[in-house]
Design a protein around this ligand. Sequence first.
Ligand code: MEV
Length: 324
Amino acid sequence: MSTLQSGLGTSHAKIILIGEHAVVYGYPAIALPLPSVQIQATIRTAKVDQTIHSRYYDGPIQGAIAELSGIRRLIQHLLLHFDAVDQAFDLTIKSQLPAERGMGSSAATAIAIIRCLFDFFKKPLTHQLLLQWANFSEHIIHGNPSGLDAATASAQTPIWFVKAQVPQELKLNVPGFLVIADSGIKGKTGEAVRLVAQHVRDMPNHYRPKLAALGTITTKVKIALAKADIEDLGQLLTAAQTNLQALGVSSNQLDKLCQVALANQALGAKLTGGGQGGCMIAVTKTAAQAQRLSNALQTAGATQTWIQPLSEIHTLKSARGSIK
Ligand code: MEV
């Protein structure tokens, strides 16, 4: 192991445009990568100990806080895979992503770490292998993930995703603006996924149609995107929010931010990601409307907002963020 020196891995945030939760039950989802919102993991050989340095925890891997237990288990399994369980290292995770906000922080962190360790051990990493490891980590964290977060965090383009199928690249050429707002409250993806599973188990006749409705809406969003029909897109996002509320995965703050969006010329609004906190998204026709909406959302309690021109979504280089 003395030849090993350092390794680097990066990854980025994602936004689910439509289809969260329903995607766990086999319905499609559309997700957009946000390559400008980055995570970076670097590793260096150390003399003793296995140490993690991150915003949330700084110390030996064995003592990692509960929130990092998924990451700890991922690293331990990777070390086992590389036949290096006792390798001493310093691992540093730098993230521009708010954790647990529905922007795919856990999957993106896992992807950066997997790339970093494969780089450190000088082993080739195929896309398929990357996804296998990322899904392994998401299983530890979320219990029953669809694979959407891992697929999007490793993709450079918008994707059309169906569980257990190869993600399809989606070409977007749509006018208008996406406004993303952080409710300031931690999302609870694992809990929300379990809640929906419990609802479906206890009252299938009541809850299954809501998932099916979300599936239909996602297909209609694909058509609206293909037709560059932003008005339709907006209405479909709002219709999805009604179903997500009915599934119990929204929150008072997310509902409030969606209402503020609709009262401020948004064409539509919904939560994004696991829900019960985390982020919401809204679409507007013009840049000026997006800026006014962004200000209104911050006044209503959003802790951070981003404006993304939909026309530039294939590169997403231009997401502009502001923190309250
Ligand atoms: C979480 O970002 C998305 C969910 O659909 C869960 C999943 O797809 O695994 C809520």
